[in-house]
Design a protein around this ligand. Structure first.
Ligand SMILES: *Cc1c(COP(=O)(O)O)cnc(C)c1O
Length: 353
């Protein structure tokens, strides 16, 4: 059996006649636009925003196509990766019938989105080294398994998933394999975006929320084969990426050098902060990270979390998460913020010698 998009897409979506917006029905130049019931007089804002945005976000996609080396028609843009996740569920997973597989500990939205869409979730925990458990993964796949979600570098563990293992999944699973590369810019490994031609069942997700520093704008990317992208475009709300976001992201895309400088600095600070934590007396492990955060296994993690809160410092307490007992996830901050954290840890040790 091999990949067959018609076997994967939900029947109602295959049959769907998508919404046709005013800008779909007429997309050329004109003198007067009286077709979309916008307010032609303007708006209270100096920059009006009275017109609907481009539903296909072509300007951004053209720029991304150049940067990523993939065709415009292989790019889907969502209101954050979170929308890409939801759209994938709605395209391919029949509520009450289909299932997907996740590999915890991992990003929480796959499970939440599955629950919202009433899609059964199978969990195949990562191994102790936070790599894929290929044997149990294979066991869990059945005829109704539509998507396998792989997060690499993984959140909250920080490691990249072995490339060969991901290739094994891509080569042997006839459903869709999503690789969430939200943190790829901080990693040693190269992206799977370049492998789209080899894998019709591959979806690579990236985001402007992490390395690009634009979490507030909400823009996520999905790269995939033509047949997958076409279905995703049918399902998405017509104007899912707003005009302000489209304009601001276009401006940001001109500053790739600045972003690369920030990535270098964040990686350097990650390495430095990992070293500092490693030297602390109650730290049992600082897991190797390919992301802009570190996962630290430390005695009395929960108490330290609470103590740091009283100092105004908020970490992510992951101590209740499977395979992450006594673990805190620490985002790399500014130099000053990292120093503030390290100083606060010294206060903790002074009070708890
Ligand atoms: C932060 C993060 C995202 C980003 O989601 P957006 O909706 O694009 O902000 C996606 N996946 C993972 C694993 C993340 O940690």
């Amino acid at each position: 059996m091999s990949f067959d998009i018609n076997q994967l897409v939900r029947p109602n979506i295959a049959a769907l006649v998508p919404y046709s917006s005013a800008r779909d029905e007429f997309s050329g130049e004109a003198k007067v636009f009286l077709d979309a019931n916008e307010n032609s007089l303007g708006s209270p804002l100096k920059k009006w925003y009275n017109r609907y945005p481009d539903p296909h976000q072509l300007a951004i996609k053209e720029k991304l196509s150049f940067i990523k080396g993939v065709g415009v028609e292989h790019i889907f843009l969502g209101n954050g990766s979170d929308e890409c996740i939801d759209v994938l569920f709605r395209c391919f997973c029949e509520p009450g019938k289909d299932n997907v597989i996740i590999c915890p500990p991992t990003y929480g939205m796959y499970e939440v989105s599955a629950n919202i869409n009433n899609i059964a979730l199978k969990k195949v925990p990562l191994l102790d080294n936070f790599q894929l458990d290929l044997i149990h993964l294979e066991d869990q796949i059945d005829a109704n398994t539509k998507i396998i979600w792989i997060c690499s570098p993984n959140n909250p563990t920080g490691n990249s998933i072995n490339r060969i293992d991901i290739e094994t999944v891509l080569n042997n699973f006839t459903g869709i394999v999503v690789i969430d590369e939200a943190y790829i810019n901080f990693a040693q490994q190269k992206s799977f975006v370049q492998e789209l031609a080899d894998y019709p069942n591959l979806v690579v997700m990236q985001t402007f929320s992490k390395a690009w520093g634009l979490a507030g704008l909400r823009l996520g990317m999905a790269f995939a084969s033509l047949s997958i992208i076409e279905i995703m475009n049918k399902v998405k709300p017509p104007y899912n990426v707003n005009q302000a976001t489209q304009e601001l992201v276009l401006t940001a895309l001109e500053e790739i050098g600045q972003v690369n400088d920030m990535i270098k600095l964040l990686v350097d600070m990650r390495i430095a902060l990992a070293d500092v934590f490693l030297s602390m007396p109650t730290v049992e492990k600082v897991y190797p990270s390919d992301a802009n955060f570190i996962l630290v296994k430390i005695k009395e993690a929960k108490k330290i979390y609470e103590f740091l809160l009283t100092k105004g410092i908020v970490l992510r307490d992951r101590s209740n998460v499977q395979l992450c007992s006594d673990c805190l996830r620490i985002t790399i901050g500014t130099e000053q913020e990292n120093t503030f954290l390290v100083d606060a840890m010294q206060d903790w040790y002074q009070l708890n010698p």
